[in-house]
Design a protein around this ligand. Structure first.
Ligand SMILES: [Zn+2]
Length: 88
């Protein structure tokens, strides 16, 4: 297929991956850790306190269905997800 001038086509292998929501918990002492389930209590590994966890976001952010993502939106989407996943 002939592409217009200035457009470079790069072929990439397509794979599958598994996603999982994790809950970031931050104790008042400042220690952060992660839970794989929506728990409402926990024990801080640093100060040892039994903490009551108030979850500030009611539901995970909406995921954009992959088939509605245009090629132009991919870099932005990947960047957004990377910043969400990055530890503070
Ligand atoms: Zn703590």
């Amino acid at each position: 297929m002939r592409m217009p001038e200035g457009i470079e086509v790069v072929e990439r292998r397509v794979g599958r991956a598994v996603g999982q929501w994790i809950l970031e918990v931050r104790c008042e002492c400042g220690r952060r850790w992660f839970e794989l389930e929506a728990v409402d209590t926990g024990k801080c590994p640093r100060c040892g306190a039994l903490v009551l966890i108030r979850i500030e976001v009611a539901a995970p952010p909406t995921v954009t269905p992959l088939d509605s993502v245009t090629d132009q939106a991919w870099p932005l989407l990947l960047q957004t997800r990377a910043s969400v996943a990055r530890r503070p």
